[in-house]
Design a protein around this ligand. Structure first.
Ligand code: HEC
Length: 427
């Protein structure tokens, strides 16, 4: 009898301890791993775009203080849009509770706990076989990346030469050399006049020869690490005109190593009979600036204002993407409807050249005819801008090169149809 009571007491004590642990002390497998899987593992896996993996309890514990810090200051997961101004489907934002949980796990001594049955600590291996309906276009040859410890900005031309119009429903950039490819931008040309750009450095001023006339699509897709495949909702597609070619604007990180890269682009194509809605691109550019010229003198900060003018037809927006280079500081874009309502589109309080993303709306966003879209952008060309490419600063104007500046607002849209606001988009 006494033995039973003792055992019972031990059990109660243990149970109380467990309960206490559950309510007070977060454990890795139960509380933290789900957060890491949801918010970090897309990039922080072995061989992924981030510099180290966070796939196991040991790996996370090793950097736990740092993990708590970068989430607390909202540096990670990287997401530049202000969540209070516009809603985006692909937002990577942690709640205050989630951030607090990581912090208290670190402060309470990082208990590991037991792996649950459903533990998913590793990202599934990427499917490397070519999916159906896709074509993969490679750079024509291995490019020898500069090994002078400087950033290397290049253009490459990928001929495609389709002999009829097609529809793109998805696009993926596949970095050849993952360590060195920092980001890339994919543009489409139909003029057949830019093949000579292949391999050209941005520092080569002959580049200006190719930018006299805008390309068919200057912003088909912008890739940063972790911005994997871009896909249009089911039934939506973007027309790829016949005789298209692709221009890759590549940025390679500095290194002293002699390395090469051969990146590629994978397009998912669909027959036109399967496309219900055609996606088009609408771009506001430097020409739409109301306080021209677009010119940022050395040691100055300038704010520019772009207006679309009155939009003549109803639009349904799928995405928005601001674009600028290293002097960008903050951006905001919104629409004002004929009734005077403000529709928030995007706000980036701290522009980061390295994390430019296509911001997707969760549903089609209706912009009624008669609306005006506005964008304001501030540029910092002072020495106080830590990423100013010129030390001391130089006067900067428009240009494709990273040391020049741009101010664009790019939309994927489709013509509005009644009921679009409630359409559930499938991906
Ligand atoms: C979209 C991809 C992506 C996601 C998602 C992501 N990271 Fe990162 N992370 C990176 C890249 C790329 C770097 C290296 C470049 C840098 O430091 O900005 C990095 C760097 C870091 C660093 C080092 C920072 C430094 O200053 O050296 C830490 C710590 C980190 N990430 C933690 C996390 C945690 C924790 C999460 C999830 C809450 C997360 N990351 C989500 C891509 C990502």
């Amino acid at each position: 009898m006494r033995k039973t009571i003792v055992i019972l007491c031990i059990h109660i004590a243990l149970y109380a301890k467990v309960m206490q642990g559950q309510t007070l002390q977060p454990e890795y497998y139960r509380d933290i791993e789900p957060l890491i899987v949801r918010h970090c593992i897309d990039c922080h896996y072995d061989g992924g775009p981030a510099p180290f993996a966070l796939s196991t309890a040991e790996q996370v514990k090793k950097r736990a203080g740092f993990v708590a810090y970068v989430t607390d200051i909202r540096y990670m997961p990287p997401w530049k849009a202000n969540p209070d101004f516009g809603v985006h489907r692909n937002a990577r934002v942690m709640t205050d509770e989630e951030i607090g949980l990581i912090k208290s796990w670190v402060e309470s001594g990082m208990k590991t706990g037991r792996p649950g049955k459903k533990t998913k600590s590793k990202k599934a291996a990427k499917n490397i076989s070519e999916p159906p309906n896709t074509v993969r276009l490679f750079m024509s040859k291995d490019y020898q990346i500069q090994s002078d410890r400087k950033d290397d900005f290049r253009f490459f031309y990928l001929p495609y030469s389709n002999n009829r119009d097609e529809f793109i429903t998805g696009i993926e950039f596949i970095a050849g050399n993952k360590q060195r490819v920092h980001h890339s931008r994919i543009m489409v040309d139909t003029s057949g006049m830019v093949a000579g750009i292949d391999g050209l450095s941005e520092a080569d001023t002959s580049i200006y020869r190719y930018q006299k006339k805008p390309l068919a699509d200057e912003f088909l897709y912008g890739w940063v690490p972790g911005n994997f495949t871009f896909r249009f909702p089911k039934g939506f597609g973007k027309k790829l005109h016949k005789n298209s070619g692709f221009v890759l604007n590549m940025h390679y990180s500095p290194s002293a190593l002699k390395e090469t890269d051969k990146s590629s682009v994978r397009l998912t194509l669909e027959k036109s009979e399967n496309i219900r809605r055609e996606v088009k691109t609408f771009i506001l550019r430097e020409n739409d600036i109301s306080n021209k010229p677009f010119y940022i003198p050395a040691e100055s900060e300038r704010t520019f204002y772009i207006s679309s003018g009155i939009i003549p037809q109803d639009l349904s927006l799928l995405t928005v993407q601001p674009h600028a280079h290293l002097l960008g500081k903050s951006f905001r874009a919104f629409a004002i409807t004929p009734d005077g309502d403000l529709i928030p589109l995007i706000q980036i309080d701290k522009w980061d050249f390295n994390w430019q993303t296509t911001y997707e709306f969760p549903r089609l966003l209706h912009i009624p005819a008669g609306s005006v879209i506005y964008m304001e952008g501030t540029y910092d060309n002072t020495t106080a801008n830590p990423v100013n490419p010129n030390v001391p600063p130089l006067d900067v104007g428009y240009g494709w090169r990273t040391v020049d500046e741009m101010m664009n607002l790019i939309f994927y849209y489709t013509e509005y149809q009644p009921g679009d606001e409630n359409l559930v988009l499938e991906y």
